[in-house]
Design a protein around this ligand. Structure first.
Ligand SMILES: [Mg+2]
Length: 387
Protein backbone atom coordinates (compact mmCIF):
# COMPACT_ATOMS: atom_id res chain seq x y z
CA UNK A 1 0.00 0.00 0.00
CA UNK A 2 1.67 3.18 -1.19
CA UNK A 3 1.28 6.52 -2.93
CA UNK A 4 2.19 6.00 -6.59
CA UNK A 5 1.69 9.52 -7.93
CA UNK A 6 0.77 13.08 -6.94
CA UNK A 7 -0.86 15.20 -9.68
CA UNK A 8 -1.42 18.96 -9.64
CA UNK A 9 -3.08 21.46 -11.94
CA UNK A 10 -3.82 25.16 -11.44
CA UNK A 11 -7.43 26.03 -12.32
CA UNK A 12 -9.12 29.40 -12.76
CA UNK A 13 -11.88 30.28 -10.27
CA UNK A 14 -12.18 33.85 -11.50
CA UNK A 15 -15.23 36.01 -10.91
CA UNK A 16 -16.00 39.73 -11.42
CA UNK A 17 -16.58 40.30 -7.69
CA UNK A 18 -14.47 42.24 -5.21
CA UNK A 19 -14.29 42.65 -1.46
CA UNK A 20 -12.71 45.53 0.45
CA UNK A 21 -9.22 44.25 -0.33
CA UNK A 22 -8.99 42.22 -3.54
CA UNK A 23 -10.88 41.46 -6.72
CA UNK A 24 -11.28 37.89 -7.95
CA UNK A 25 -10.81 38.54 -11.67
CA UNK A 26 -7.66 36.43 -11.85
CA UNK A 27 -8.19 34.09 -8.90
CA UNK A 28 -6.89 30.53 -9.29
CA UNK A 29 -6.79 27.38 -7.18
CA UNK A 30 -4.65 24.25 -7.13
CA UNK A 31 -6.38 20.93 -7.66
CA UNK A 32 -4.36 17.91 -6.55
CA UNK A 33 -4.71 14.13 -6.64
CA UNK A 34 -2.89 11.64 -4.43
CA UNK A 35 -2.95 8.34 -6.33
CA UNK A 36 -2.54 5.12 -4.33
CA UNK A 37 -2.14 1.49 -5.38
CA UNK A 38 -5.13 0.49 -3.21
CA UNK A 39 -8.31 -0.74 -4.92
CA UNK A 40 -11.76 -0.32 -3.33
CA UNK A 41 -14.99 -1.41 -5.05
CA UNK A 42 -13.09 -2.19 -8.23
CA UNK A 43 -11.58 1.27 -8.44
CA UNK A 44 -8.13 2.63 -7.62
CA UNK A 45 -8.27 4.88 -4.55
CA UNK A 46 -7.36 8.46 -5.43
CA UNK A 47 -7.61 11.25 -2.86
CA UNK A 48 -8.42 14.76 -4.04
CA UNK A 49 -7.84 18.22 -2.65
CA UNK A 50 -7.93 21.89 -3.58
CA UNK A 51 -7.18 25.15 -1.87
CA UNK A 52 -9.87 27.57 -0.77
CA UNK A 53 -10.68 30.71 -2.66
CA UNK A 54 -8.78 33.86 -1.83
CA UNK A 55 -5.23 32.52 -2.11
CA UNK A 56 -3.86 31.56 -5.50
CA UNK A 57 -2.89 28.15 -6.89
CA UNK A 58 0.33 26.73 -5.48
CA UNK A 59 1.62 24.68 -8.42
CA UNK A 60 5.22 25.83 -8.10
CA UNK A 61 5.60 24.89 -4.44
CA UNK A 62 3.76 21.61 -4.88
CA UNK A 63 5.78 20.50 -7.90
CA UNK A 64 9.18 21.71 -6.66
CA UNK A 65 9.05 20.62 -3.02
CA UNK A 66 6.08 18.80 -1.58
CA UNK A 67 5.25 16.31 -4.35
CA UNK A 68 8.83 15.03 -4.43
CA UNK A 69 8.95 14.52 -0.68
CA UNK A 70 5.72 12.49 -0.69
CA UNK A 71 6.91 10.30 -3.55
CA UNK A 72 10.41 9.82 -2.13
CA UNK A 73 9.20 8.71 1.31
CA UNK A 74 9.69 5.05 2.18
CA UNK A 75 6.09 3.72 1.92
CA UNK A 76 6.48 1.66 5.11
CA UNK A 77 7.42 4.80 7.06
CA UNK A 78 4.17 6.65 6.26
CA UNK A 79 1.65 3.89 7.01
CA UNK A 80 -0.49 3.83 10.12
CA UNK A 81 0.42 1.60 13.04
CA UNK A 82 -1.71 -1.28 11.74
CA UNK A 83 0.11 -0.99 8.42
CA UNK A 84 -3.00 -1.06 6.25
CA UNK A 85 -3.68 2.64 5.67
CA UNK A 86 -1.85 5.93 5.15
CA UNK A 87 -0.96 7.97 8.22
CA UNK A 88 -1.73 11.65 7.42
CA UNK A 89 0.38 12.80 10.39
CA UNK A 90 3.49 10.96 9.16
CA UNK A 91 2.92 12.22 5.60
CA UNK A 92 2.59 15.76 6.97
CA UNK A 93 5.96 15.41 8.70
CA UNK A 94 7.47 14.18 5.43
CA UNK A 95 6.16 17.23 3.56
CA UNK A 96 7.50 19.62 6.20
CA UNK A 97 11.00 18.10 6.36
CA UNK A 98 13.67 20.82 6.01
CA UNK A 99 11.12 23.65 6.35
CA UNK A 100 12.04 26.38 8.84
CA UNK A 101 9.44 27.45 11.41
CA UNK A 102 7.39 30.63 11.09
CA UNK A 103 6.72 32.75 8.01
CA UNK A 104 3.49 30.90 7.18
CA UNK A 105 2.96 32.33 3.72
CA UNK A 106 1.97 30.37 0.63
CA UNK A 107 3.63 27.16 1.87
CA UNK A 108 0.74 26.47 4.23
CA UNK A 109 -1.68 26.58 1.29
CA UNK A 110 0.33 24.05 -0.73
CA UNK A 111 0.57 21.65 2.23
CA UNK A 112 -3.10 22.17 3.15
CA UNK A 113 -4.17 21.24 -0.37
CA UNK A 114 -2.15 18.01 -0.35
CA UNK A 115 -3.27 17.20 3.20
CA UNK A 116 -6.91 17.36 2.02
CA UNK A 117 -6.17 14.79 -0.68
CA UNK A 118 -4.32 12.56 1.79
CA UNK A 119 -7.28 12.55 4.23
CA UNK A 120 -9.67 11.85 1.34
CA UNK A 121 -7.57 8.82 0.35
CA UNK A 122 -7.22 7.70 3.98
CA UNK A 123 -10.98 7.75 4.61
CA UNK A 124 -11.66 6.02 1.27
CA UNK A 125 -9.19 3.26 2.14
CA UNK A 126 -10.97 2.92 5.49
CA UNK A 127 -14.27 2.78 3.56
CA UNK A 128 -15.89 5.55 5.63
CA UNK A 129 -16.98 9.16 5.34
CA UNK A 130 -14.18 11.34 6.69
CA UNK A 131 -16.43 12.84 9.36
CA UNK A 132 -17.13 9.35 10.77
CA UNK A 133 -13.44 8.46 10.72
CA UNK A 134 -12.59 11.66 12.62
CA UNK A 135 -15.31 11.17 15.19
CA UNK A 136 -14.25 7.57 15.75
CA UNK A 137 -10.62 8.51 16.26
CA UNK A 138 -11.62 11.22 18.70
CA UNK A 139 -13.94 8.84 20.55
CA UNK A 140 -16.99 11.00 20.06
CA UNK A 141 -20.36 10.84 18.32
CA UNK A 142 -20.49 12.35 14.83
CA UNK A 143 -23.31 14.78 14.09
CA UNK A 144 -24.05 14.76 10.35
CA UNK A 145 -26.26 17.87 10.67
CA UNK A 146 -24.10 20.98 10.17
CA UNK A 147 -24.96 24.70 10.36
CA UNK A 148 -24.09 26.62 7.19
CA UNK A 149 -24.43 30.29 6.32
CA UNK A 150 -24.54 32.01 2.95
CA UNK A 151 -21.58 34.26 2.15
CA UNK A 152 -21.98 36.79 -0.63
CA UNK A 153 -22.87 40.45 -0.81
CA UNK A 154 -19.71 41.26 -2.74
CA UNK A 155 -19.17 44.46 -4.62
CA UNK A 156 -19.30 44.18 -8.37
CA UNK A 157 -19.75 46.65 -11.22
CA UNK A 158 -23.28 47.96 -11.57
CA UNK A 159 -24.59 46.24 -8.43
CA UNK A 160 -27.14 48.43 -6.65
CA UNK A 161 -29.17 47.87 -3.47
CA UNK A 162 -31.94 46.18 -5.44
CA UNK A 163 -29.52 43.55 -6.74
CA UNK A 164 -28.02 43.13 -3.26
CA UNK A 165 -31.47 42.66 -1.73
CA UNK A 166 -32.43 40.14 -4.40
CA UNK A 167 -29.25 38.19 -3.76
CA UNK A 168 -29.89 38.02 -0.01
CA UNK A 169 -33.54 37.11 -0.55
CA UNK A 170 -32.42 34.24 -2.78
CA UNK A 171 -30.31 32.82 0.07
CA UNK A 172 -33.34 32.85 2.37
CA UNK A 173 -35.36 31.13 -0.35
CA UNK A 174 -32.67 28.44 -0.49
CA UNK A 175 -32.97 27.66 3.21
CA UNK A 176 -30.26 29.80 4.82
CA UNK A 177 -30.90 31.56 8.13
CA UNK A 178 -27.66 33.60 8.26
CA UNK A 179 -26.34 35.65 5.34
CA UNK A 180 -23.15 37.66 5.00
CA UNK A 181 -22.20 40.74 3.02
CA UNK A 182 -18.98 42.65 2.37
CA UNK A 183 -18.29 46.06 3.88
CA UNK A 184 -15.34 48.42 3.72
CA UNK A 185 -15.22 48.61 -0.07
CA UNK A 186 -17.35 51.77 -0.09
CA UNK A 187 -17.60 54.88 2.10
CA UNK A 188 -19.16 54.26 5.52
CA UNK A 189 -22.43 56.04 4.71
CA UNK A 190 -22.86 53.91 1.60
CA UNK A 191 -22.16 50.74 3.59
CA UNK A 192 -24.70 51.83 6.21
CA UNK A 193 -27.28 52.25 3.45
CA UNK A 194 -26.44 48.77 2.03
CA UNK A 195 -26.73 47.19 5.49
CA UNK A 196 -30.09 48.84 6.17
CA UNK A 197 -31.33 47.70 2.75
CA UNK A 198 -30.41 44.09 3.51
CA UNK A 199 -31.86 44.20 7.03
CA UNK A 200 -35.11 45.53 5.56
CA UNK A 201 -35.12 42.74 2.99
CA UNK A 202 -34.50 39.87 5.42
CA UNK A 203 -36.93 41.47 7.87
CA UNK A 204 -36.02 39.44 10.94
CA UNK A 205 -36.28 36.08 9.18
CA UNK A 206 -32.48 35.68 9.08
CA UNK A 207 -29.41 37.20 10.69
CA UNK A 208 -26.82 39.34 8.90
CA UNK A 209 -23.03 39.14 9.26
CA UNK A 210 -20.64 41.71 7.76
CA UNK A 211 -17.04 41.21 6.60
CA UNK A 212 -14.41 43.96 6.21
CA UNK A 213 -11.73 41.57 4.88
CA UNK A 214 -8.96 43.09 7.00
CA UNK A 215 -9.27 46.49 5.34
CA UNK A 216 -9.56 48.89 8.30
CA UNK A 217 -7.00 50.67 10.40
CA UNK A 218 -7.92 51.08 14.07
CA UNK A 219 -9.62 54.44 13.61
CA UNK A 220 -11.80 53.25 10.74
CA UNK A 221 -12.53 49.96 12.49
CA UNK A 222 -13.78 51.87 15.53
CA UNK A 223 -15.87 54.24 13.39
CA UNK A 224 -17.53 51.21 11.78
CA UNK A 225 -17.93 49.53 15.18
CA UNK A 226 -19.90 52.53 16.44
CA UNK A 227 -22.12 52.42 13.35
CA UNK A 228 -22.54 48.63 13.28
CA UNK A 229 -23.34 48.21 16.97
CA UNK A 230 -26.72 49.88 16.36
CA UNK A 231 -27.82 46.81 14.40
CA UNK A 232 -28.45 43.23 15.57
CA UNK A 233 -25.64 41.69 13.51
CA UNK A 234 -24.59 38.03 13.62
CA UNK A 235 -20.92 39.12 13.54
CA UNK A 236 -18.43 41.84 12.53
CA UNK A 237 -15.66 40.01 10.64
CA UNK A 238 -11.94 40.53 10.04
CA UNK A 239 -11.83 44.22 10.86
CA UNK A 240 -8.10 44.89 10.53
CA UNK A 241 -4.89 43.25 9.44
CA UNK A 242 -5.06 39.55 10.40
CA UNK A 243 -1.80 39.72 12.36
CA UNK A 244 -2.62 42.94 14.23
CA UNK A 245 -3.77 41.39 17.49
CA UNK A 246 -3.63 44.67 19.40
CA UNK A 247 -6.11 46.20 16.95
CA UNK A 248 -8.46 43.26 17.42
CA UNK A 249 -8.16 43.56 21.20
CA UNK A 250 -8.84 47.32 21.14
CA UNK A 251 -11.97 46.84 19.04
CA UNK A 252 -13.64 44.67 21.65
CA UNK A 253 -13.91 47.82 23.80
CA UNK A 254 -16.04 49.46 21.12
CA UNK A 255 -18.02 46.51 19.82
CA UNK A 256 -19.94 44.45 22.39
CA UNK A 257 -21.48 42.12 19.79
CA UNK A 258 -19.87 39.02 18.29
CA UNK A 259 -16.76 39.42 16.15
CA UNK A 260 -15.14 36.85 13.88
CA UNK A 261 -11.66 36.43 12.43
CA UNK A 262 -8.92 33.93 11.62
CA UNK A 263 -9.26 33.00 7.95
CA UNK A 264 -5.86 34.53 7.20
CA UNK A 265 -4.02 32.90 10.11
CA UNK A 266 -2.23 29.86 8.75
CA UNK A 267 -0.75 27.98 11.69
CA UNK A 268 -1.57 26.87 15.22
CA UNK A 269 1.10 29.31 16.46
CA UNK A 270 -0.70 32.24 14.83
CA UNK A 271 -4.01 30.99 16.18
CA UNK A 272 -2.46 30.84 19.65
CA UNK A 273 -1.24 34.42 19.34
CA UNK A 274 -4.74 35.53 18.39
CA UNK A 275 -6.14 33.89 21.53
CA UNK A 276 -3.29 35.22 23.68
CA UNK A 277 -3.28 38.81 22.47
CA UNK A 278 -6.38 39.46 20.34
CA UNK A 279 -8.90 40.00 23.13
CA UNK A 280 -11.26 37.46 21.57
CA UNK A 281 -14.17 36.44 23.81
CA UNK A 282 -14.94 32.70 24.00
CA UNK A 283 -18.56 33.32 24.98
CA UNK A 284 -19.50 35.17 21.78
CA UNK A 285 -16.75 35.46 19.17
CA UNK A 286 -16.07 33.14 16.21
CA UNK A 287 -12.87 31.61 14.83
CA UNK A 288 -12.60 31.08 11.08
CA UNK A 289 -9.31 29.21 10.51
CA UNK A 290 -9.52 27.34 7.20
CA UNK A 291 -7.55 24.08 7.08
CA UNK A 292 -7.25 24.22 3.28
CA UNK A 293 -5.18 27.40 3.60
CA UNK A 294 -3.33 26.56 6.79
CA UNK A 295 -1.37 23.29 6.52
CA UNK A 296 -4.44 21.07 6.46
CA UNK A 297 -6.30 19.01 9.01
CA UNK A 298 -3.15 17.67 10.70
CA UNK A 299 -2.36 21.27 11.67
CA UNK A 300 -6.02 22.09 12.37
CA UNK A 301 -6.04 19.33 15.01
CA UNK A 302 -3.15 21.15 16.71
CA UNK A 303 -5.13 24.38 16.48
CA UNK A 304 -8.08 22.67 18.18
CA UNK A 305 -5.70 21.58 20.95
CA UNK A 306 -4.65 25.24 21.36
CA UNK A 307 -8.31 26.25 21.59
CA UNK A 308 -8.83 23.67 24.30
CA UNK A 309 -5.84 24.99 26.28
CA UNK A 310 -7.31 28.49 26.13
CA UNK A 311 -10.79 27.41 27.17
CA UNK A 312 -12.42 27.66 23.77
CA UNK A 313 -14.96 25.14 22.52
CA UNK A 314 -14.62 23.80 18.95
CA UNK A 315 -18.22 24.94 18.55
CA UNK A 316 -16.91 28.54 18.31
CA UNK A 317 -15.23 27.61 14.99
CA UNK A 318 -17.01 28.29 11.71
CA UNK A 319 -14.28 27.93 9.07
CA UNK A 320 -13.82 30.11 6.02
CA UNK A 321 -13.84 28.53 2.59
CA UNK A 322 -17.12 26.74 1.90
CA UNK A 323 -15.58 23.37 1.05
CA UNK A 324 -16.56 19.83 1.98
CA UNK A 325 -13.35 19.25 3.96
CA UNK A 326 -14.47 21.68 6.66
CA UNK A 327 -17.98 20.23 6.58
CA UNK A 328 -16.44 16.86 7.50
CA UNK A 329 -14.42 18.41 10.31
CA UNK A 330 -17.53 20.18 11.59
CA UNK A 331 -19.64 17.01 11.55
CA UNK A 332 -16.86 14.82 12.95
CA UNK A 333 -15.32 17.10 15.57
CA UNK A 334 -18.18 19.37 16.60
CA UNK A 335 -17.36 22.70 15.00
CA UNK A 336 -20.05 25.37 15.01
CA UNK A 337 -20.67 25.11 11.26
CA UNK A 338 -19.19 26.11 7.95
CA UNK A 339 -19.22 28.93 5.42
CA UNK A 340 -21.02 28.44 2.09
CA UNK A 341 -20.89 30.48 -1.13
CA UNK A 342 -24.12 29.49 -2.87
CA UNK A 343 -23.28 31.18 -6.18
CA UNK A 344 -19.49 31.30 -6.30
CA UNK A 345 -16.29 29.32 -6.78
CA UNK A 346 -17.86 26.39 -8.58
CA UNK A 347 -17.40 23.52 -9.04
CA UNK A 348 -15.08 23.38 -5.99
CA UNK A 349 -17.21 24.81 -3.21
CA UNK A 350 -20.61 23.70 -2.01
CA UNK A 351 -22.28 20.40 -1.24
CA UNK A 352 -22.90 17.01 -2.87
CA UNK A 353 -25.71 17.22 -5.44
CA UNK A 354 -28.52 15.78 -3.33
CA UNK A 355 -27.78 17.93 -0.28
CA UNK A 356 -30.16 20.80 0.42
CA UNK A 357 -30.12 23.51 3.06
CA UNK A 358 -33.01 23.37 5.48
CA UNK A 359 -33.43 25.74 8.37
CA UNK A 360 -29.79 26.80 7.96
CA UNK A 361 -28.39 23.27 8.16
CA UNK A 362 -27.31 20.48 5.83
CA UNK A 363 -27.05 16.75 6.53
CA UNK A 364 -23.85 15.03 5.44
CA UNK A 365 -24.35 12.12 3.03
CA UNK A 366 -22.73 8.78 3.84
CA UNK A 367 -20.07 8.85 1.10
CA UNK A 368 -16.57 7.37 1.60
CA UNK A 369 -13.85 9.99 1.89
CA UNK A 370 -14.63 13.69 1.82
CA UNK A 371 -17.64 13.12 -0.42
CA UNK A 372 -16.47 14.66 -3.70
CA UNK A 373 -17.94 11.67 -5.59
CA UNK A 374 -21.39 13.01 -4.71
CA UNK A 375 -20.82 16.26 -6.58
CA UNK A 376 -20.96 15.35 -10.27
CA UNK A 377 -19.43 18.49 -11.78
CA UNK A 378 -16.58 18.47 -9.30
CA UNK A 379 -15.69 14.79 -9.50
CA UNK A 380 -15.63 15.01 -13.32
CA UNK A 381 -12.91 17.70 -13.11
CA UNK A 382 -11.04 15.68 -10.48
CA UNK A 383 -11.10 12.43 -12.42
CA UNK A 384 -9.87 14.23 -15.52
CA UNK A 385 -6.72 15.01 -13.53
CA UNK A 386 -5.86 11.52 -12.32
CA UNK A 387 -8.15 8.69 -13.45
MG1 LIG B 1 -13.93 36.75 5.42
Amino acid sequence: MRIVDVCEVTKPISSPIRNAYIDFSRMTASLVAVVTDVVRDGRRVVGYGFNSNGRYGQGGLIRERFRERLLEADPASVRDDAGDNLDPHKLWAVMMRNEKPGGHGERSVAVGTLDMAIWDATAKIAGKPLFRLLAERKGREADPRVFVYAAGGYYYPGKDDTALRAEMRSYLDRGYTVVKMKIGGAPIDEDRRRIEAVLAEIDGRARLAVDANGRFDLETGIAYAKMLRQYPLFWYEEVGDPLDYALQAALSEFYPGPMATGENLFSHQDARNLLRYGGMRPDRDWLQFDCALSYGLVEYLRTLDVLHQFGWSPSRCIPHGGHQMSLNIAAGLGLGGNESYPDLFQPYGGFPDEVTVEDGHIVMPELPGIGFEGKSELIAVMRALAE
